[in-house]
Write a protein that binds this ligand. Structure first.
Ligand SMILES: C[S@@+](CC[C@H](N)C(=O)[O-])C[C@H]1O[C@@H](n2cnc3c(N)ncnc32)[C@H](O)[C@@H]1O
Length: 218
């Protein structure tokens, strides 16, 4: 996938960038600041609907309610309440405490959500697989290919299913903190996985895929 040529920022710069973005107003902390506010609100509704569909499908595939979910890169908790509605317990992770503080506030009435500061590349947590991992616009911000491979390996060992939403095309070129990758590139990093379903999510000329993936159970 053609990418603008940027120097890859180092780990400290990446953390600093997400701390800085966490101070932006409303949804612009976690969505493109170049897009209109109403569009961001509409796309948020659509994303919640898609993730809800994935969690309902996961429950059908498991043949029982979803008992445990991990959200990777929860940001300000834009999607977390949707996950909490469909899973008995949610562990929500993010790279920075600043994002987590806002997500905690968004989920203050949800006793089934716990938070932990942890990067995607430091999974799994504990020995047991959760039913589903949810990852919305996070792996596109793991810039280094080796770290992305580590994150995918950790996810595959952490969960039975993965609800993955990531950018694959941007009308306004992305900056140095994002990488556009296709669903095929992610599947290649999740050996033994199977695509259950994949839909498109449009955002003012930008396009993401929203995929439910069955992870390797061996
Ligand atoms: C675009 S925001 C999306 C947040 C949330 N998933 C949503 O859809 O609203 C990306 C989030 O991923 C977090 N993040 C970036 N790199 C990460 C990493 N390596 N591991 C975990 N979280 C990361 C950022 O702090 C930020 O909260």
């Amino acid at each position: 996938m053609p990418q603008p040529r940027h120097r890859i920022p180092g780990p400290a710069e990446i953390v600093e960038e997400w701390r800085r973005r966490s101070a932006r107003p409303g949804l612009t902390s976690v969505m493109r600041a170049s897009q209109p506010v109403e569009l961001a609100a509409g796309v948020t509704e659509e994303t919640r609907r898609l993730v809800g569909d994935h969690l309902r499908a996961t429950s059908s595939l498991l043949g029982r309610p979803v008992s445990s979910a991990v959200e990777i890169g929860c940001g300000i908790g834009r999607i977390t309440p949707t996950i909490a509605k469909h899973a008995e317990h949610v562990l929500a992770l993010d790279l920075t405490e600043e994002m987590i503080a806002q997500a905690r506030a968004a989920c203050v009435d949800l006793p089934n959500v716990e938070f932990l500061q942890r990067p995607a590349q430091r999974l799994p947590i504990g020995g047991q697989r959760v039913d589903v991992a949810v990852c919305v616009w996070v792996l596109m911000h793991v810039l280094d290919d080796a770290l992305l491979a580590a994150a995918c390996q950790g996810i595959a060992r952490s969960a039975r299913y993965l609800s993955l939403v990531e950018y694959e095309h941007a009308a306004v070129p992305v900056g140095p903190f994002s990488r556009l990758r296709s669903i095929g590139q992610y599947l290649a990093l999740l050996p033994g996985s199977e695509l259950v379903e994949c839909r498109e999510l449009g955002y003012g000329g930008d396009r993401s895929f929203a995929a439910l993936i069955a992870l390797d159970r061996s």
